[in-house]
Design a binder for this molecule. Structure first.
Ligand code: 5PR
Length: 385
């Protein structure tokens, strides 16, 4: 534990995404001064929707954000998998996980960061880090810090500048168009209060992941193979998707009219180690993964909160970083390997998303989580890992 007399420690953080906001908030709440740089002119998220599993919700409880997620988001009754219109596994009744729009989640995290005293600087792009303890900015300035944190995403400039960090990157053949839309009347009501993973595999894989994120909001992910040009289009090609999924036509029509939206190809990057001297990478910068487990952002959030916790456990920076990586890397590597395997084999189409092995990531409890919080989120017997 840090003694009250200990000098205030200072962090410079690059990238105000989920990992950046979370780590900044967790450090500021523990007495650090934190400056968070965002390259865009606004602090906002342009993504669609997200599932937050128990592991992430517990970590978000630690920084006091989970309550508002429970209020603004939606608790799905089930995660159901449907193959060619036939339900192959209604699963996860009673599992404590929440669906929420990414812009909403981001706004809640940004509010928590400001409340904690984090200074957020927009229009400030990081180009690298000095392991001796400085963040390097695009305007040529060099800002010193006790700890420099790269939360600048899968293409991380901070990571790429650190020669001690090795990386393996891989791209996959599937990609996904994600949209957040107004939820049509046709897909409201009790029987639609669930995640439904609609798969077809013939003649090629096309899948719609249906996730209600609020009473009036719906997240749709349209997954397809790289060769299927029409299915990869943004805005979503209403004709080609409605032909495959006629019963979802009203939602697909709205998705076709949705502004924004994006296509992302599945990719992973494995970085070893996660830190060099006073510089560390967190989130997609350290471990971008395929989305099959729905754990990309969540593992980053878990790692971000535990990093702050580890730094509170000892004043020896190198020891804290080593402790943190030893605690978080095994579950992170396992999630990355499993999600890549699941994406490559498309085993989710068979409803194989919730084997005890797979649930290990969702059920992971980081060292930062006190037992009384853990008890708030009981895991149903069927989903224990
Ligand atoms: N799960 C979630 C998700 O958003 C996606 C996948 C699985 C929550 C798509 O981004 O397998 O592609 C997936």
């Amino acid at each position: 534990m840090t003694t009250p007399q200990a000098p205030t420690r200072h962090a410079e953080v690059a990238g105000a995404g989920f990992a950046g906001l979370t780590v900044s908030t967790a450090l500021a709440q523990r007495g650090w001064t934190v400056r968070l740089h965002e390259q865009n002119d606004e602090v906002r998220d342009f993504g669609a929707g997200i599932l937050l599993w128990r592991n992430a919700m517990l970590s978000l409880e630690v920084i006091g954000v989970a309550k508002s997620i429970r209020e603004h988001g939606l608790l799905p009754d089930y995660y159901e998998t449907s193959l060619n219109g036939v339900s192959v596994s209604p699963e996860l009744p009673g599992y404590p996980y929440w669906a929420i729009g990414r812009p909403t989640l981001h706004a809640l995290l940004a509010a928590a960061a400001r409340d904690a005293g984090v200074e957020i600087v927009t229009g400030s792009r990081a180009v690298g880090a000095d392991p001796a303890g400085a963040l390097l900015l695009a305007d040529g300035s060099r800002v010193p810090a006790d700890l420099v944190i790269g939360t600048d995403g899968a293409g991380s400039a901070v990571r790429n500048s650190l020669s001690a960090l090795t990386q393996e990157r891989k791209k996959y053949n599937d990609g996904v168009c994600r949209v957040l839309i107004y939820r049509p009347e046709e897909v409201r009501g009790e029987q639609w209060n669930r995640v439904i993973d609609f798969w077809t595999l013939e003649p090629d894989a096309m899948r719609i992941l249906f996730i209600p994120t609020a009473a009036d909001q719906l997240y749709l992910a349209f997954m397809s193979e790289l060769g299927n040009e029409r299915a990869m289009r943004i805005p979503v090609d209403v004709e080609v998707w409605s032909e495959r999924f006629p019963h979802l036509a009203p939602a697909i029509a709205l998705a076709g009219k949705a502004a924004g939206g994006r296509h992302d190809r599945y990719q992973t990057n494995k970085v070893t180690p996660w830190s060099d001297g006073r510089a560390v990478v967190v989130g997609d910068a350290a471990h971008a993964m395929c989305p099959a487990l729905g754990q990309g952002a969540s593992t980053g959030i878990v790692n971000a909160v535990d990093l702050a916790h580890a730094l509170d456990q000892t004043d020896d920076l190198a020891a804290a970083l080593a402790l943190w990586e030893a605690r978080e890397r095994p579950m992170t590597d396992a999630a990355q390997a499993r999600s890549a395997y699941m994406a490559e084999t498309r085993t989710l189409a068979k409803g194989n998303g919730f084997t005890p092995e797979v649930m290990q990531t969702a059920n992971f409890v980081s060292a930062a989580v006190p037992p009384e919080l853990e008890a708030m989120y009981p895991v149903p017997e069927a989903n224990r890992s």
